[in-house]
Design a binder for this molecule. Sequence first.
Ligand code: NAP
Length: 184
Amino acid sequence: MKKLGLTKVDIMYIHWPFKTYKKRKEEVLKAFSELIDEGKIGYLGISNFTTNDIDEAIAKYDKQIVVNQVEMHPWLQQKALLDNLNNNNIKLVSYFPLMHGRINEVPELKEIAEKHKASPAQISLAWIMSKGAIPIPKSTTLNHLKDNFESQNIQLDEDDIKKIDEIKVVKRFADFPIIAPDWD
Ligand SMILES: NC(=O)c1ccc[n+]([C@@H]2O[C@H](COP(=O)([O-])OP(=O)(O)OC[C@H]3O[C@@H](n4cnc5c(N)ncnc54)[C@H](OP(=O)(O)O)[C@@H]3O)[C@@H](O)[C@H]2O)c1
């Protein structure tokens, strides 16, 4: 926190349900709860947790988990996970919302983008937000940063959303065999 220049971190994540967490779940969750009680962090966030991992963490944790940060985009729609998170009042934070740079490869997004005079990236971000999820796109260029920010002004209609919902391609870009859980 000294390095960040902060006295409190809003959300601290368990990055993967792996290593220390896998071996000592109760102890880790208790430590997070204590950090909140001490005012050092605001909330616990989890990342790369599957529906089973979420159910288990909720049962073992004495406070509200606020976010699960997972890969989500038109080629990895995370429908089952979203249902679980909605039922548990946990927000989905979508990483790789631009498919790690391959967003222009999705024909359905290109088509919808032309209709809205927008970019495929903006359509992906607007679709993610239409699901109540929070995308965290990364960019190193000013034009892309502006483009991504302006996705908040795009209003997708029912047909646009349906067209993306019905995409059949499934591709997970962040799949690291050693740390990957048994994905939903
Ligand atoms: N929790 C986890 O386990 C986990 C795992 C992986 C990633 N993450 C997080 O997810 C975030 C995003 O990850 P990411 O950067 O790899 O994936 P991303 O946001 O899906 O993709 C970034 C790529 O898209 C390009 N891009 C950005 N805006 C664009 C636009 N408007 N049009 C076309 N291309 C665009 C970027 O190029 P330019 O730089 O040229 O704009 C870059 O190549 C990061 O904050 C990362 O820390 C979390």
